[in-house]
Design a binder for this molecule. Structure first.
Ligand code: PRT
Ligand code: MG
Length: 213
């Protein structure tokens, strides 16, 4: 039985390589240089499928992939239906933050009770955060480049991922609130875990043993 693992290109793929290696899995090519969406490995019974980061939970939920690796941000927005999440892999780490343009009086805006316009790719996380604070918000859904929104008057604030802080700084934005710490997790299709237990469980064990603190 073939084991299919869903991964996204870029940081998650790069940071997953050592975990795959610990499970004796070496990709036949790098997704950055190949246009193939299905990538074989040194193991004839294991293949990788390369999908958008936010599509990983969907592939695993429907069993098109048995395993996947996705950020906590993506998993919260997806909702997690049908997914077993046995392991935090402690990779692709960053923080979900609220940020505003330098000079914008966030505290006053929040206290004032006026509706705050918030642009984000993460409406679920943003809505929950502001609801817990009792702040009324209008969420504006974007698919990228959130940093632009406050600069052109589309929003008062953004909810976005921050790692080095370089992108905020380059765009004259400052982080004003930390919402949650983010890292990537292993997700497993629940039916596949039962059907392919003998193949999947050793991979889970190898990943668990290779996670860096
Ligand atoms: O690009 P695409 O739409 O396909 O999806 P994606 O952007 O979600 O994929 P990718 O590969 O960029 O991110 C995959 C996962 O990596 C995310 O779901 C997060 O869990 C995690 N991750 C870790 C990050 C970052 N760090 C990160 N810094 N995802 C995005 N960023 C972006 C952030 O949105 C902002 O634009 O990097 C910018 C900030 O970086 P700094 O270093 O300037 O602060
Ligand atoms: Mg990206």
């Amino acid at each position: 039985m073939t084991l299919t693992i869903a991964l996204s290109k870029g940081r998650i793929f790069e940071e997953t390589l050592p975990l795959l290696a610990a499970a004796g899995i070496v990709p036949a090519e790098a997704p950055e240089s190949s246009r193939k969406l299905i990538i074989g490995t040194n193991r004839p019974d294991v293949q990788l499928v390369i999908v958008r980061a936010s599509d990983v939970p969907t592939y695993v939920q429907y069993g098109a992939a048995d395993l996947g690796i996705a950020g906590r941000d993506v998993l919260i927005e997806h909702g997690g239906a049908g997914l077993y999440q046995p392991l935090d892999l402690n990779i692709a780490k960053c923080k979900m933050m609220v940020a505003v343009e330098n000079g914008f009086d966030y505290e006053a805006a929040v206290k004032h009770g006026a509706r705050l316009k918030v642009a984000t790719k993460y409406p679920q996380i943003a809505r929950e955060h502001f609801a817990a604070k009792g702040v009324h918000v209008d969420i504006i859904k974007l698919y990228g480049s959130m940093e632009l929104a406050p600069l052109v008057g589309l929003a008062d604030a953004i909810v976005d991922l921050v790692s080095t802080g370089g992108t905020l700084k380059a765009n004259n934005l400052v982080a004003v609130e930390h919402i949650i710490d983010i890292s990537s997790r292993l997700v497993v299709n629940q039916a596949a875990l039962k059907l392919k237990y003998d193949t999947i469980q050793p991979v889970l064990d190898a990943f668990a043993g290779a996670v860096q603190p």
